[in-house]
Design a protein around this ligand. Structure first.
Ligand code: SF4
Length: 245
């Protein structure tokens, strides 16, 4: 009998959260409050859609084993490392079956709690919300230092990492910040891929349903030319040029 995982939902065949076709486990509960969160219903751990042990989740995943053989499993959220112990148990089961595992995290959880799960999984997908600490605080409610410590730890243990950043006018769509981000990421040879994702408004209806005040109303989704320009700024750095997507 293992720990109970509080889970928001499952996606049996996802194609955007890591390499290849993947089974995605969305964990329930997140300490951040990102202004653009497209899953505000995942914030409160108590509102979990499912409460299951890792072996029950593993049984569910095993039905899709054939389809995800060239991909794997991504544990996402919410913030998966809020339930680090559950992540460890699930990854251990998947590893026995040689299924590749990824954790999609904001890096907000202290290393004291998250270290073991990070060590166990094959790939970390790390969201750098805003390279500027004050900007990150305004955007998410917390600074960026924990995410930086998480990234430094992945370097120490030579863990494969994909970086993600949502590009948002007034926050990360900023030439100086993008240059700072590029310079910072050059120090991590364990990073395989850097994805810039345009801000979108698909989660707004959920904020409305929950009676929450969506403060980014009226902020536009960046145009493809703006996204290209943002990527070009990162590509000026030789060390990461080929990794920027
Ligand atoms: S980290 Fe993810 S789940 Fe948590 S508030 Fe931000 S976008 Fe939402």
């Amino acid at each position: 009998m293992g720990v109970i995982g509080y889970i928001h939902s499952f996606e049996s065949l996802g194609a955007v959260d890591g390499p290849g076709l993947r089974f995605i486990v969305f964990m329930q509960g997140c300490p951040l409050r990102c202004l653009y969160c497209h899953n505000p219903d995942s914030w409160n751990k108590e509102n979990a859609g499912y409460k299951m042990t890792a072996d029950k989740v593993y049984e569910k995943i095993a039905e899709y084993k054939h389809f995800i053989k060239n991909g794997g499993v991504t544990i996402s959220g919410g913030e998966p490392l809020l339930q680090a112990r559950f992540c460890e148990e699930l990854i251990e089961l998947l590893k026995k079956d040689k299924i590749e595992t990824a954790i999609d995290t904001s890096g907000i959880i202290s290393l004291e709690k998250s270290k073991r799960a990070i060590e166990l999984c094959d790939l970390i997908i790390l969201d750098i919300k805003d390279i500027d600490d004050e900007g990150a605080k305004k955007l998410t409610g917390a600074g960026i230092k924990n995410a930086q410590r998480t990234l430094e730890f992945t370097k120490e243990i030579k863990k494969r990492v994909w970086i993600r950043q949502v590009i948002l006018e007034g926050y990360t769509l900023d030439e100086k910040k993008l240059a700072r981000l590029g310079e910072y990421l050059c120090g991590f040879e364990n990073i395989e891929r850097i994805e810039l994702i345009p801000y979108h408004t698909m989660g707004v209806s959920k904020w409305d349903e929950l009676g929450l005040d969506y403060s980014l109303r009226g902020v536009k989704t960046p145009q493809s030319e703006e996204m290209d320009r943002a990527r070009e700024i990162l590509k000026r750095f030789e060390e990461i040029k080929e990794k920027v997507k």
